[in-house]
Design a protein around this ligand. Sequence first.
Ligand code: GTR
Length: 352
Amino acid sequence: MARKIVCLMVATMLLLTVFAGCGASKPAASTEPAKAEASKEAAPAPKPDGKQIVLRLAEIHPKGYPTELGDEEFARLVGEKTKGRIKVEVYFGAQLGQEKAVIEQVQFGAIDFARISVSPVAEFAKELNVLQLPYIYRDREHMWKVLQGPIGDDLLKSVEKAKMVGLNWYDAGARSFYNSKKEIKSVEDLKGLKIRVQESKLMMGLVKALGASPTPMPMGDVYSALQTGVIDGAENNWPSYISASHFEVAKNYTVDRHTMVPEITVASKQTMDKLSKEDQEAIRAAAKEAIEFQKAKWIEQEKKDEEKAKAAGCKITYLDDKTVAEFQKAVAPLYDDAKDFADLIKKIQETK
Ligand code: GTR
């Protein structure tokens, strides 16, 4: 009897998950819209003995977005390295739900893998917050030195505390503010604006430090919230601004690059624990190998989407160094709040 109830609960949860994924608002503009099926072409055909393990990977972005291409490369490499023993199916376009819900399901084993932003994952593994501190990296190269060195490896391990296994990092460039109300030329201009943030305390603090009012919500709700005026603006990188069509409803984009938040691929610890050591190794190696592929796709897309925003008539504001320094000064208190991780922050800053 008890088993029946548990089965029923799990079935209901899975159903809810599938339907939650359908709630995503605006179809993608730059890439193929999500279909009600995963990318199945990535892995080899099942072995003749039928002993293939099929695992699901959740991705909120549409097919063709740089992280989704990274996921497919990861899936392909897992298939190759396990000689078809493991097949990873990529469920793109938030078919399995929005990021916070997906994390919870990865934790209890209902979803095997997820590609997510570090921002919401840091709610469960606090150390990760250092990776999204405002202006922590000198540039992209510095960020990758940190991520692909001992600091990045230790931080991937820290995710295990949150019942997940950190597998790799992907590039997500820099995030900047955009809004439907006015051109932002200084910190002063942000005062009082209602800005959507990811579901992350650090991101809320960042927006507050700049004098605006943060509203956390899932990415899939942002388009309609901008359209109906529930929020005045949001912040993201060029590819998300374009692919989620936010550029249609929030035309003022200011290149303040206030934070560079890497992406992360996580596995469910429950899923990994059920696999052989050999398969676990193959998965880890595939994830690490997919990084360079994703980085190259990222750079291409970022450039294309900045151009796309210009062509679409968006008002793009590039800030001079003096104004960027004002942004940096305003968000400096976030470093005091992170003093538990002062040593780690110092190590990041000293990474050459
Ligand atoms: C994007 C990121 C997504 C999601 C989104 C957001 O840059 O790739 O995973 O976190 O931002 O703002 O919710």
